[in-house]
Design a protein around this ligand. Structure first.
Ligand SMILES: Cc1cc2nc3c(=O)[nH]c(=O)nc-3n(C[C@H](O)[C@H](O)[C@H](O)COP(=O)(O)OP(=O)(O)OC[C@H]3O[C@@H](n4cnc5c(N)ncnc54)[C@H](O)[C@@H]3O)c2cc1C
Length: 500
């Protein structure tokens, strides 16, 4: 059996590890890994960078192996006297070093070969004739890959596309413009040449915006305030309020999901899930609606109030939402079609309000910077113009200028846009092998296997897709833990189906 794994971030690395460790992996089996990066197993977010770039979650949930959940924490203490910074966080480069070290034995396995090239095209062939399939839905497929070096002679029984992050969004058509930084990573390379004299603007204020604050404030004494430009009402994510007690009622579990699916003929009503959420929190004496109404303005005043009062009612909901993340993809996929729409239209934003957060001490630092005038927030961004002298004019509630503009708007998940930038996606989209799932965005896959589905071939046997681009199926999957879990599930499912 020959397996191709395209991309060796945490997704691809987890697939390699899962296949090798599986009882059905035979001596004659072979895995080819395609990854242009030198360091394997780290991908985009955890590569070499400045030590001020931090993880936004506790190391407790970031072990490379779910059977040894404390592994990362132990590794940190073995390797560093002080692994945590003053925000109580661990740096992403440290996590990268851990991942590279732990995954190295798998990439160095004698049945694994690393090809340091990008994959740019894929052919679907008939497993018997090895001819391209044109008009059949026989389901007996093998795959051939083209890298930047040309078509390979090898035919693969399975392909895992673990290609990870799409390009960043370009809302103001600034790509290629002088003094505009579209992708700020790795920050030590892209921003290491600054002097601190520049007037710096950042478009967006999500996780990348916070990374920029850390990097710039740690490494420079900026002469001008670091200015964030955001759409009206879309300011920073809410600060985390840490929960002081350790335990709370939490009903959701794999067993609960299974039992509910059995009693509701395979689908769990949304109202049932909402009822559990509200009742669990009520058991602890907290009313979700009251807490939501207290902070729903979602502005700096509400954020300051939450931080200053150290609101333990909000803290409980934050801790609950953090625990819920692990179950979100499965819960989402057990909803009926109508309930999925109702959830997306009425509840998703509210859930994000409790889920998407800035670490507590980071936000306190951000408030100090805002209060000292070192950081500034400008809402209502509507347009950006490049002036002849190379500076930018940013039209917003207050029109301002910047010498350097950095993009922190997040990823573009529209397949047609990605296809313009990524040759492999262009070829897969052109051949109608991948289909956009919703409103032109994300890749359509089955669940929970995550095999590609299209109208030409139906379900593509053993052609898997993992990572952020299956986010409309693996709901809210932009975190390391869920990425590894899905990669492990898909690879295990594939290996379970191989004869011993
Ligand atoms: C900046 C950033 C910070 C994050 N911080 C956190 C955090 O603190 N905590 C957390 O839980 N999650 C975080 N995440 C989210 C999460 O960890 C990532 O989504 C996860 O790392 C995704 O892993 P991946 O393997 O799917 O993708 P990637 O890490 O993107 O890896 C994909 C790999 O595929 C390769 N590749 C792409 N195309 C091809 C091709 N055609 N041929 C060959 N190789 C190819 C790329 O070179 C890359 O190495 C962060 C994400 C980002 C972007």
């Amino acid at each position: 059996m020959k397996i191709a794994i395209v991309g060796a971030g945490i997704s691809g690395a987890t697939i390699v590890k899962t296949c090798i460790n599986h009882k059905n992996f035979k001596k004659e089996d072979r895995i080819d890994v395609f990854e242009p990066r030198e360091v394997l197993g780290v991908g985009l977010p955890y590569g070499h960078d400045d030590e001020s770039i931090m993880l936004n979650v506790d190391p407790e949930v970031l072990s490379y192996d779910s059977s040894v959940p404390n592994d990362f924490v132990e590794w940190l203490h073995e390797n560093y006297d002080e692994p945590y910074n003053f925000e109580g966080l661990v740096s992403r480069p440290k996590y990268g070093r851990y991942l590279a070290e732990r995954f190295a034995p798998y990439f160095n396995h004698k049945q694994v070969a690393h090809h340091p090239y990008k994959v740019v095209d894929l052919n679907v062939l008939d497993a018997e004739t090895k001819e391209p399939i044109t008009d059949t839905k026989s389901g007996n497929y093998i795959y051939q890959l083209k890298t930047t070096k040309g078509w390979l002679d090898t035919f693969y029984d399975a392909v895992f596309l673990a290609i990870g992050h799409p390009p960043y969004a370009d809302y103001y058509q600034l790509v290629g413009k002088e003094n505009y930084i579209h992708n700020p990573y790795p920050m030590h390379e892209v921003l290491g040449h600054l002097t601190g004299d520049e007037k710096i603007g950042v478009i967006g204020s999500g996780a990348t915006g916070i990374d920029l604050m850390r990097f710039l404030m740690t490494n420079y004494e900026l002469k001008e305030p670091l200015t964030y430009y955001v759409p009206s009402g879309e300011i920073f994510n809410f600060p985390t309020i840490p929960l002081e007690k350790e335990e709370f009622q939490f009903t959701f579990s794999r067993d609960w999901i299974k039992a509910q699916m059995d009693s509701h003929k395979g689908m769990i009503p949304l109202d049932e899930m909402i009822k559990i959420f509200i009742e669990d929190i009520k058991q602890e004496g907290v009313d979700v609606k009251t807490v939501y109404n207290r902070y729903k303005a979602d502005d700096l005043k509400a954020m300051r109030l939450a931080l200053e009062s150290n609101d333990q009612e909000l803290a409980l909901i934050h801790s609950y939402a953090a625990k819920l993340i692990a179950y979100l993809p499965d819960l989402f996929n057990t909803l009926s079609g109508e309930d999925q729409e109702r959830y997306l239209n009425q509840y998703h934003k509210k859930l994000l309000f409790f889920k998407a957060r800035v670490p507590n001490k980071t936000f306190k630092w951000l408030f100090e910077l805002l209060d000292a005038g070192k950081v500034r927030l400008v809402e209502g961004i509507s347009d950006v113009q490049l002036e002849e002298n190379g500076t930018f004019t940013i039209r917003a509630d207050q029109t301002k200028t910047a010498d350097l503009l950095i993009n922190a708007t997040g990823f573009d998940t529209t397949i047609e846009h990605i296809a313009k930038d990524r040759p492999l996606i262009e070829r897969l989209y052109h051949q109608k092998l991948i289909l956009p799932h919703k409103q032109g965005r994300f890749v359509f896959v089955d669940w929970p296997q995550a095999q590609v589905i299209n109208q030409r071939f139906g379900l593509m046997d053993n052609f898997f897709f993992t990572g952020i681009l299956i986010g409309s199926t693996q709901h809210e999957n932009n975190d390391a833990h869920l990425t590894m879990r899905q990669a492990s599930y898909s690879a295990n499912w594939f290996m379970d189906n191989q004869s011993v």
